[in-house]
Design a protein around this ligand. Structure first.
Ligand code: CP
Length: 313
């Protein structure tokens, strides 16, 4: 990946909406150099020695939490994982109070996942520590989109001009929103595809093409990013049944025959196997799903490094 010269000034990473193209490219460039570190025999550098990172997750997570912990440890930071279930949050402590108390313990970076959209933004305004958004409600999941773009750039050599289709539960997806912000800023042509009830009103204003026809979305695509049906976020009961969804919108081996031979198939995980994608496709030759997970470490190392060393005004 080409070198990007930029002085990083942002203490927080709250969403790709708030970053310029140059800043996104700078994170991807920095991640490429950390990717090299993760292939060494001794996978550790002293870049964050003496710094402390707290993982504060109010929602379940496997990939993101482990990946942030590993990224911080690879940078030689001290890491604390707060088990929200057994913390004073259960006694009614607010996010801001929790954040201020964590900061009083001389923490440098708070990585937060929260079910409320905008929670990391509120926290970032309340503490001097850096805040990194690990997914907030339906709003953004910036490091997921960054690792998706890093994987795409590694596989296809570029983002500019690529046809990328995001398929599935767009309505409830923070991954979709962050990918749309990031991909469009980097010059990709983005299509979103889902049944009508899973497409949020006005999403075309984000610069994407919208279709309800899966074949139309995949035939010209260089890459597809298939999203999980977020059944836990459905309060209106509008979700199609799992069987209906797979028939019309599921990515199966049969469907892949209509696509470009070298189509890149992504999924942020966790997968509802047989709902949005067959297990054959998830494990098949086009899939880069596990590469996405691996790349998450280098991307999160880059993000932690940059916010920790931000030149603050
Ligand atoms: N992609 C993702 O955010 O996965 P987790 O919920 O397991 O962190």
């Amino acid at each position: 990946m080409e070198k990007e010269k930029l002085v990083w000034t942002k203490k927080d990473l709250l969403g790709l909406e708030y970053l310029s193209r140059e800043e996104i490219e700078h994170i991807l460039y920095t991640a490429a150099s950390f990717k090299e570190v993760t292939t060494r025999q001794i996978k550790k550098v002293p870049a964050l020695r003496g710094k402390t990172v707290v993982n504060l997750f109010y929602e379940p997570s496997t990939r993101t939490r482990i990946s942030f912990e590993l990224a911080a440890k690879r940078l030689s930071a001290d890491v604390i994982n707060v088990a929200v279930e057994s913390s004073s949050v259960r006694k009614g402590e607010t996010l801001i109070d929790t954040g201020r108390n964590i900061e009083a313990l001389k923490i440098d970076i708070i990585v937060v996942r929260h079910d409320c959209s905008g929670a990391p933004n509120i926290l970032a305004r309340s503490v001097k520590a850096s805040v990194v958004n690990a997914g907030d409600g339906w709003h953004e999941h910036p490091t997921q989109a960054l690792l998706d773009m890093f994987t795409l750039k590694t596989k296809l050599g570029r983002i500019e001009g690529l046809n990328v289709s995001i398929i599935g539960d767009i309505a409830h997806s923070r991954v979709a929103r962050s990918n749309i912000w990031g991909l469009t800023k980097l010059g990709a042509k983005v299509t979103v595809c889902a049944p009508k009830m899973l497409i949020p009103e006005g999403i075309e204003k984000m610069g994407v093409r919208v279709t309800n026809d899966l074949d139309e979305a995949i035939v010209e695509a260089d890459a597809i990013n298939v999203l999980r049906m977020q059944l836990e976020r459905d309060t209106s009961g509008v979700f199609p049944t799992k069987i209906d969804f797979f028939k019309q919108y599921g990515i199966s081996e049969e469907r892949l025959k209509k696509c470009k031979k070298d189509l890149v198939v992504m999924h942020p995980g966790p997968i509802n196997s047989g709902v949005e994608m067959s297990s054959g496709v998830a494990d098949g030759r086009n899939s880069v799903i596990l590469e996405q997970v691996t790349n998450g470490i280098a991307v999160r190392m880059a993000v932690l490094y940059l916010v920790a060393h931000a030149k603050r005004s």
